[in-house]
Design a binder for this molecule. Structure first.
Ligand code: NAP
Length: 535
C-alpha cells in the first residue's frame, strides 16, 4: 500500500518485532502499515550479513512460539543458527503468514508526531511522504543504530570500508587482501576468525578487550530436531521461568562457598558446554560479587593464556578493566586461536599504538601507517535509545522524546512512555530482554492484550499514569544497582564514545529477573490495565 492512506496502526520496522506485531494486529481485525528501511524482512538478521554472523543463543529457543505449525515445520540446521539460515527462517514466516502485503520496504521513518486534536500519529518518511494512524508501534530493535568510529579522515580511505551492520548483499572476497578491522566486540569476535581464514593479512585494532567463551556450535541431526520438536512446549515453558529467558538457570551456590577443586571442575564443565551456561548458568553471585567475579575471571584468563601461544598477545586479550560477564559475553568459535596465525596481528590502540587518523591508504597510528585494501569498522551501536534518537518523535504539547529522555528513558514496563499516547514500544528501553525473540513475543502479547481490552471497551486512546512511570523507572534503576555490569562502560550502559552526549552511563534495560517481569505484566493484565489512562 502506498503511504498516505489511513490505517489503524503504523509499525516501524519489519524485524522479528514488527512482523509479529503485524500478525497479532491482523488477528484483532485491525489494519496496519509497516514501514521498513531495508528491502526485505528480517531486521537485525537482514542487515548483519558479515562473515561469521550467527546466534549465540540456542536456535530452538530463538524462533517464534506462537504457531505450533510453524514450530513443527521448521528444521533448525545448527544449534546456533548462522545468519543466512535465520534470514531464511524469517522470510519463511513472512511467506507463511502473508506479511509482506502490509510492509512497505525502502521506507525510512524520519519523524512521528502526535496530533492531539485528531488523536492520531502522523509518520513522515525520508522521501517526505506522510501517513497517519491512531496507533504507533516502534519495532526498531535495540541494536539498529550502528555507529562509525569518530576518527579523523574516515572518508579519505580509498578502498572499500564496511560496518558489519551494513554489510553488502554479495559476499566480500578477502582473498589476497590486506584487511584492517577496528573493534573487538561480539561482532568482531565472530568475524575475525572467518576473515583471517581468507585474507592475506588481517590487522585487528583493539581498544578494550572483551571476555569471550567458546560457543561449541554443532549441526542438528534430523533425529535430534525431531526430539527438540517433541519438547518445544517444555523448552519454552522452562525459558519463561529463567531470569533471562534462556535455557540457562544460575547455580544456587555462592562461588566461594564451593571448595576450589569442585569449583574448577564445575567451570571446566561449563567452559566445555555450548552456549551461555558459563555466563548465565554459573554460580549465582559471579555477576554481583567482586570476589566471586575475580575468581571466574581468573579462570577464563587462564583459558585465554592456554589458547594463545604468544604470552604478550594473550595478556593483551585479557580484559583488565572489567570482570567476566560485566559486559555482554561474546561466544566465539576459534577466536583466540586466530591470534596464533602468521597472517593476524593485534594492535593495542590504548597502550601501544593509538590511532591518529584514517588515511587514503589505511590507518595511521602513533607508530606507523598500516596499509589496507579493505577496512572494517566493527565499532558497534548506539544501543537501545539510539534508534529512537534518530527519529524526530514528538508527543503531547510537542514534547520531543529525545528531550524527555535526556538523562534517562522514562517508561512503564518499557512499553509506553509518559506524554506519548498510543505509542507502544516493542523491546523499548527499560523492558526485560535476555533472549530477545522471547522478550519480543512477551511484549507483543502483552500489548495485544491491552489492545483487546481497548477494543472490548471501545477505548481509543491509552496513556501511562505518571506515577507508574516514576515507580517503574525507580524499579529498573534499583534492579541495576547491585550488578557489576552497571559499573562498566558498554552499549548496555548507554556509553558510546563515537556519539556526542553518550559518555555518561544510563540504565537502559530492566535487569531484574525476567520471571518477575512476566509476573508484573500478568498482574497488570489481570487487573484490567488500571495502571493506564484510557479515553
Ligand atoms: P560492541 O560490543 O559495542 O563493540 C564495539 C567495538 O568497537 C568495541 O571493541 C569498541 O571498543 C570498539 N570501538 C568503538 N569505537 C572505536 C574507536 N573509535 N576506536 C577503536 N575502537 C573502537 O559492538 P558489537 O561488537 O557490534 O556488539 C554489540 C552487541 O550486539 C553485542 O554486545 C551483542 O549484544 C550483539 N551481538 C550479538 C551477536 C550474536 O547474537 N551472536 C553477534 C554480534 C553482536 P571499546 O570496548 O573500548 O568501546
Amino acid at each position: 500500500m502506498a503511504a498516505g492512506k489511513t490505517r489503524d496502526a503504523i509499525i516501524i520496522g519489519a524485524g522479528i518485532s514488527g512482523m509479529y506485531m503485524l500478525y497479532r494486529l491482523r488477528e484483532l481485525g485491525m489494519s496496519a502499515q509497516v514501514f521498513e528501511a531495508g528491502t526485505n524482512v528480517g531486521g537485525t538478521w537482514y542487515w548483519n550479513r558479515y562473515p561469521g554472523a550467527r546466534f549465540d543463543s540456542e536456535s530452538w529457543t530463538y524462533g517464534y512460539s506462537f504457531s505450533k505449525e510453524l514450530m513443527q515445520e521448521w528444521d533448525w540446521k545448527e544449534h546456533f543458527s548462522p545468519q543466512p539460515d535465520t534470514l531464511e527462517y524469517l522470510n519463511h514466516v513472512a511467506e507463511k503468514f502473508d506479511l509482506r502485503r502490509d510492509i512497505q520496504f525502502r521506507s525510512t521513518v524520519t519523524a512521528a508526531h502526535w496530533d492531539e486534536a485528531a488523536n492520531q500519529w502522523t509518520v513522515t518518511l525520508e522521501n517526505g511522504e506522510k501517513t497517519s494512524a491512531r496507533l504507533l508501534f516502534t519495532a526498531i530493535g535495540i541494536l539498529s543504530a550502528y555507529t562509525l568510529p569518530a576518527i579523523p579522515g574516515r572518508s579519505s580511505f580509498k578502498g572499500p570500508a564496511y560496518h558489519p551492520a551494513r554489510w553488502p548483499h554479495t559476499p566480500v572476497d578477502f582473498t589476497g587482501k590486506r584487511v584492517g578491522i577496528i573493534g573487538t566486540g561480539a561482532t568482531a569476535i565472530q568475524a575475525i576468525p572467518e576473515i583471517a581464514k581468507q585474507a592475506k593479512q588481517l590487522t585487528v585494532f583493539q581498544r578494550r578487550p572483551n571476555w569471550a567463551a567458546p560457543l561449541h556450535n554443532a549441526k542438528i541431526s534430523k533425529e535430534e530436531m525431531e526430539e527438540i520438536k517433541s519438547r518445544y512446549k517444555e523448552i519454552y515453558a522452562h525459558c519463561a521461568t529463567t531470569p533471562s529467558w534462556f535455557i540457562h538457570q544460575a547455580d544456587p551456590r555462592k562461588t566461594l562457598d564451593v571448595p576450589p577443586e569442585e569449583r574448577e571442575a564445575f567451570w571446566e564443565k561449563l567452559y566445555a558446554e555450548p552456549g551461555f551456561g558459563i555466563w548465565m548458568g554459573n554460580f549465582r553471585d559471579i555477576l554481583v560479587d567482586e570476589k566471586a567475579n575475580a575468581a571466574i575471571s581468573a579462570f577464563i584468563a587462564d583459558k585465554i593464556r592456554q589458547r594463545v601461544k604468544d604470552p604478550k598477545v594473550a595478556e593483551k586479550l585479557i580484559p583488565k578493566d572489567h570482570g567476566f560477564g560485566a559486559r555482554r559475553v561474546p561466544l566465539e568459535s576459534g577466536y583466540f586461536e586466530t591470534y596464533n596465525r602468521d597472517n593476524v596481528t593485534l594492535v593495542d590502540v590504548i597502550n601501544d599504538e593509538p590511532i591518529e587518523c584514517i588515511t587514503p591508504n589505511g590507518v595511521k597510528t602513533s607508530k606507523q601507517e598500516h596499509e589496507f585494501d579493505i577496512l572494517i569498522y566493527a565499532t558497534g551501536f548506539d544501543g537501545v535509545t539510539g534508534a529512537f534518537d534518530r527519529m524526530d518523535i514528538s508527543g503531547t504539547n510537542g514534547l520531543k522524546l529525545k528531550d524527555a529522555w535526556t538523562e534517562s528513558p522514562r517508561t512503564f514496563l518499557g512499553m509506553l512512555a509518559e506524554g506519548f499516547p498510543n505509542m507502544l514500544m516493542v523491546l523499548g528501553p527499560h523492558t526485560a530482554r535476555g533472549n530477545i525473540p522471547q522478550a519480543i513475543q512477551h511484549s507483543v502479547e502483552f500489548q495485544t492484550g491491552l489492545l483487546r481490552h481497548m477494543q472490548e471497551n471501545k477505548l481509543m486512546r491509552v496513556e501511562t499514569r505518571p506515577e507508574q512511570v516514576d515507580d517503574w523507572t525507580e524499579t529498573v534503576i534499583k534492579a541495576a544497582e547491585p550488578l557489576l555490569s552497571s559499573k562498566v562502560d558498554s552499549w548496555q550502559t548507554g556509553v558510546n564514545r563515537n556519539v556526542e552526549g553518550r559518555q555518561v552511563r544510563r540504565v537502559l534495560g530492566y535487569n531484574g529477573n525476567g520471571a518477575h517481569f512476566r509476573r508484573k505484566t500478568d498482574e497488570v493484565a489481570k487487573g484490567r490495565y488500571k495502571e493506564f489512562i484510557f479515553q
